[in-house]
Design a protein around this ligand. Sequence first.
Ligand code: FAD
Length: 455
Amino acid sequence: MPQQLVTDLGLDLRLASRSVASYTPWIRDGRAGGLLVERPERGETGDSFRALTGGDEEYDAWQRFYADVAGLAEVVAPTLLDPLPTERTLRDAVDPQVWRDLVTRPIGETIEERFSDDTVRGVVATDALIGTFASLRDPSLVQNRCFLYHLIGNGTGEWRVPVGGMGAVTDALARAAVSAGAEIVTGAGVSGIRASDDGAEVNWHDGGQDHVVTARHVLSNVAPWVLRILLGETEEPDSKPQGSQLKINLLLDRLPRLKSGVEPELAFAGTLHLAEDYSQLEAAYADAAAGRVPSVMPGEIYCHTLTDHSILGEAPPDMHTLTYFGVHTPAALFERDPEGAKQLAVERALAALDEHLVDPIASCLATDAAGRPCLEAKIPQDIERDLAMPGGHIFHGDLEWPWAPNRARLDTPAQQWGVQTDVASVLVCGSGARRGGAVSGLGGHNAAQAVLASR
Ligand SMILES: Cc1cc2nc3c(=O)[nH]c(=O)nc-3n(C[C@H](O)[C@H](O)[C@H](O)COP(=O)(O)OP(=O)(O)OC[C@H]3O[C@@H](n4cnc5c(N)ncnc54)[C@H](O)[C@@H]3O)c2cc1C
């Protein structure tokens, strides 16, 4: 979320930095170690690259690569709260080799060319796969778009943790909206929108009663696939987004110790990569594309309580949350036998973690009042059921480049801001906007600007 947006809205919100970017435990020739990337990088990062790769070449390549990424981010990030630039304008402002390596050829080719260590390659590659089901060499380049979005936020790509949890973000936004005169209605379902270019009629119900509201503009943050249905189009199963992640939330009495001997408070402070070597990512993709739950499950873990313990209230300081995000588990894998396939995926995900632990994760789990272990798992179908994200796709559909194609029509304010639908009165203001796809506020900001520009 751009700082400018937080400031403009006067959001009472603190986004805390993590002291570690990532830790990747590894076992080679019976030796356990870990690749630590500090934030900001200090001496230990280089040391841990040397311990893994035996020299300085891979860390030099890493520093060159992320300097290139930063160069692209510095050009793209300042445009996100402006009307869309064209691809040509941005391309002309970026080193041609950087543009080629990150934008026009599959990111996998670039990673393979610029890095040689399988683990290092994998750490770089994961940003291309969070929420995106693709091979790193996919010609569609959807993985490159995913990579870019994970690295451009505020020009640095830093992942931050909202103090107080995600609810603190929505609460801050709600307070800003109400103080500006908005009325917020929750528990309301929209059943249809009748729209013309001049205005729209929205039918909604509050669980008991049907209501109709008319408006000059409708700004919608449901997924574009859902919005088309609300606008009266027939449901198209073929174009329905398909999520691909396995989410596991755990509550622990204590953090587990690692075989590498690193302090758990350090290993879990950033992103902990598991079975995410480059070759493992590609093998898991091949498994899943062939309809099998990956035999080795790649995924990563975040421990938000190490950055902000307040989300656990009065809980003892040793107690922590872990949240696992597994990649390459598309919804299709769970269609025939949802519970069986989910159990298998969870077992394999936890096995990938246990491989690096002295204390098996099960021995660290807290239990609830009924004595059950505090672990919940969500496959894409669960995300769809719980959150109404179609197909359980965390971005509401594949991500688009944050610029306009050179030949795009940019006649109306909505087109200029990347928030248009086929009807002038209805705009996209959420994840499905051209520059949506995260808790960034960009979709809402840009839809609002399009409305202001069209008055
Ligand atoms: C497991 C997971 C992990 C994620 N991790 C991150 C992360 O680390 N960082 C990040 O930036 N993003 C992350 N995301 C993505 C992020 O959550 C989304 O990009 C964001 O929630 C999109 O916000 P939105 O307002 O556009 O849509 P949503 O949050 O999907 O909100 C749409 C709302 O519309 C409601 N709705 C749907 N249909 C109707 C209807 N007919 N009538 C009325 N209401 C309706 C839904 O119930 C929902 O409340 C993650 C998502 C998931 C699922």
